[in-house]
Design a binder for this molecule. Structure first.
Ligand SMILES: [Zn+2]
Length: 184
């Protein structure tokens, strides 16, 4: 419990949010648990839908079928015209009166995660990776810090030159000339 699903494709993130909104929270959570506990067997997916076999807590098996009228082609992942989760045709052998049931939710979560991973392999730069996001944050932090620190020529202290005292006079002259040029 508590671990969230990590998706990289923003279209899939929005799609799963829409699906979750149309599902009872407790049912969706149970579906997440089934997914995490690897209770999905015989999984088949195509652009038209999903077929999966799920093992519930008491070793009972249920067959899930999900079908959408508009094929969910992979090119839709970028155009954001994904089939409406509310218009999916769902069926489960648990015959729960309230659909989607936890088995359907688990199969849908599995499906979304699977295509998100495939999409990442096919088009790895479409969405920034965690390492890239991390890198971006470091750049931003560096920019913010360097913006608050004056440029090095402005903080130059000739008296800090102690290594070659014989060159100190020359360095001072050069640095003063540079500072004058920079100020203009
Ligand atoms: Zn079910």
């Amino acid at each position: 419990m508590g671990k969230s699903i990590v998706l990289r494709n923003p279209v899939l993130v929005r799609w799963l949010e829409r699906f979750a909104n149309g599902t009872e929270t407790a049912v969706f959570k149970k579906g997440m648990e089934l997914y995490r506990n690897k209770r999905i067997w015989d999984y088949h997916a195509s652009a038209k839908g999903i077929r999966a076999s799920l093992e519930d807590r008491d070793s009972s098996f249920f067959q899930v079928t999900v079908r959408w009228d508009t094929p969910f082609a992979s090119d839709r992942l970028r155009s954001d015209t994904t089939p409406d989760p509310a218009e999916m045709h769902v069926h489960c052998t648990c015959h729960n009166r309230r659909m989607p049931c936890e088995h359907v939710a688990a199969a849908v979560i599995y499906w979304v995660i699977t295509i998100d991973r495939k999409e990442k392999r096919r088009n790895p730069r479409a969405v920034p990776d965690f390492s890239e996001t991390d890198y971006q944050e470091k750049i931003e932090a560096f920019k913010a810090r360097s913006a608050s620190i004056p440029p090095s020529y402005a903080v130059f202290r000739p008296e800090h030159l102690k290594i070659r005292p014989d060159l100190q006079k020359k360095f001072t002259e050069i640095s003063e000339r540079v500072m004058e040029m920079m100020r203009d």
